[in-house]
Design a protein around this ligand. Structure first.
Ligand code: SF4
Ligand code: SF4
Length: 476
């Protein structure tokens, strides 16, 4: 039976053994929990500023209203999506195609030029892990060496309270993030109201807050970089998205090799790399960038800052590890414009241009027309009656007045809206309410109805939507 001291020694040997080819996975397939060392430098500063800007935008958006509506809000029960004053319902679902292909295309385009900049600077996994959870860990358990020592130490009061405090803070942060996430689906005022009431009055929202919080906690407390390495499909696609001219984080082998520790002997030929291992120690995915471009690299540039610091100390030029293309690292000239980029720009203009134009052409009045249930038409003496229902939706916070104007298009006929023989009617709706109004059309029996239709113009707040429905009868 192995004593705990022998076990931790074995563990340490395994930990050191993986430095043959550092990674967050051991040779036997087990995981090495990565504890990156602290690093400072221009890229680390830039990333952290960006992290806090992104977190602030994400946390503030649910509180902002544009035109009386939440700025970004996916109203699941009403099947509506609000985006900076525009609202889309299920009939606008085709726009999702533009959004998804647009996002996908944006990522492909950005990767071809900037490599994995998204992963290192803006992916929520990196933003929250590096900007929040890792900070908590550093604050409670100390620097890299202290954290590794704590991991390997047997349970003690010191270890216990640090673990309890760390996980308590993780849970608090996870619940905060999950509530902010749910606010995008139930709106912030509703979420705040729900939080003052018992969970059984809003079981779905509660389950989502709790479930998302649990996933976030599991991911950021334990799974971490493994999500990028084994789950994220974007990371897996790097080999086809990058080319020799894409920007990557790379090690200048020509300059760095042959690497060697210690002081150089008289006349010894050496590269600039002093094999200090600092670039490996700071890496959040636990890899060695000197082994070349790897799928595990999220282009966070921490190794650049770390190596620049080392180069500065030993009086050498920074940039041994740097942002460059594979071509640039080979000493060739990097090409920015290439046929692939020109093709992407063309597709991007077409895709985003048509998407924006279609978005802007969406009316801000929500109304639909449907034929009333039952027979499609009625013959009454020498007239034919067609009956419809106009569904009006007020998707704003305030009371709105809808002006309905109905007319027979392309022929004779009388129109009745609601209970009145009128072609024009005003309907008032309170904020977030909808209403239904019947429209009955009578046309002469002997007349041909082919091509004739009911046209309904619905106006509100200076915008309008035109609805139409065919008129049916015994002749068609
Ligand atoms: S930090 Fe720089 S000098 Fe140190 S091992 Fe890495 S590449 Fe070599
Ligand atoms: S190799 Fe460098 S850029 Fe890549 S993940 Fe590690 S530290 Fe970040």
């Amino acid at each position: 039976m192995q004593s705990s001291k022998e076990k931790s020694l074995d563990d340490l040997k395994l930990r050191l053994a993986v430095y043959d080819r550092p990674s967050s996975l051991r040779k036997d397939g087990r995981r090495v929990f990565v504890h990156p060392a602290d690093v400072s430098g221009r890229f680390t500063r830039l990333r952290h500023i960006l992290f806090y800007i992104l977190i602030a935008i994400w946390a503030v958006l649910p509180w902002i209203h544009v035109g009386g509506r939440p700025a970004v809000f996916l109203d699941v029960p009403r099947r509506r999506f609000f985006f900076f004053g525009y609202s889309f319902d299920a009939t606008s679902f085709w726009l999702v195609w533009f959004v998804l292909t647009g996002v996908l295309f944006g990522l492909v385009f950005m990767t071809a030029i900037l490599g994995r900049a998204w992963c290192g600077y803006a992916c929520p996994q990196t933003v929250f892990l590096e900007g929040v959870y890792r900070k908590i860990e550093r604050w409670v358990e100390g620097n890299r060496n202290e954290r590794i020592a704590l991991d390997q130490a047997p349970m003690s009061w010191d270890k216990l309270w640090r673990r309890l405090v760390k996980h308590f803070l993780y849970i608090l942060v996870s619940l905060f993030i999950s509530h902010m996430f749910v606010a995008y689906f139930v709106s912030m005022p509703s979420l705040l109201e729900m939080m003052t009431r018992p969970p059984w009055e809003h079981p779905y929202a509660f389950a989502w807050c709790f479930g998302v919080g649990a996933i976030l906690y599991g991911n950021f407390a334990w799974f971490r970089e493994q999500l990028c390495l084994v789950i994220c499909p974007y990371g897996r696609l790097q080999s086809i998205l990058l080319d020799d001219d894409s920007l990557v984080v790379g090690y200048d082998e020509k300059r760095g090799e042959p690497r060697k520790k210690g002081k150089p002997k008289e006349g010894e030929v050496r590269g600039d790399c002093i094999d200090c291992g600092r670039c490996v120690a700071v890496c959040p995915t636990g890899i060695d960038i000197r082994n070349g471009l790897q799928v595990d690299c999220i282009a966070c540039a921490q190794c650049i800052d770390a190596c620049d610091e080392v180069m500065k100390k030993i009086g050498k030029q920074p940039g041994l590890v740097r942002y460059d293309s594979l071509r640039g690292l080979r000493g060739e000239v990097r090409r920015f414009f290439r046929p692939r980029i020109a093709f992407y720009v063309l597709i991007g203009i077409l895709l985003y241009g048509s998407g924006f134009a279609l978005c802007l052409s969406q009316p801000r009045v929500e109304a639909r027309i449907v034929r009333l249930r039952g027979l499609p038409f009625f013959v009454e003496g020498n007239t034919v009656r067609n009956a419809f229902e106009v569904h009006l939706i007020n998707d704003s916070d305030w009371k709105r007045t809808f002006r309905i104007h109905a007319a027979v298009n392309g022929g004779e006929g009388s129109v009745r809206i609601g209970d009145e023989e009128t072609a024009v009617k005003l309907v008032e709706l309170d904020g977030w309410k909808d209403g239904r109004v019947t429209v009955v059309v009578r046309t002469p029996l002997e007349k041909e109805r082919a091509g004739k239709e009911l046209k309904v113009k619905v106006e509100a707040d200076g915008d309008q939507k035109i609805l139409s429905a065919p008129l049916l009868g015994p002749n068609n």
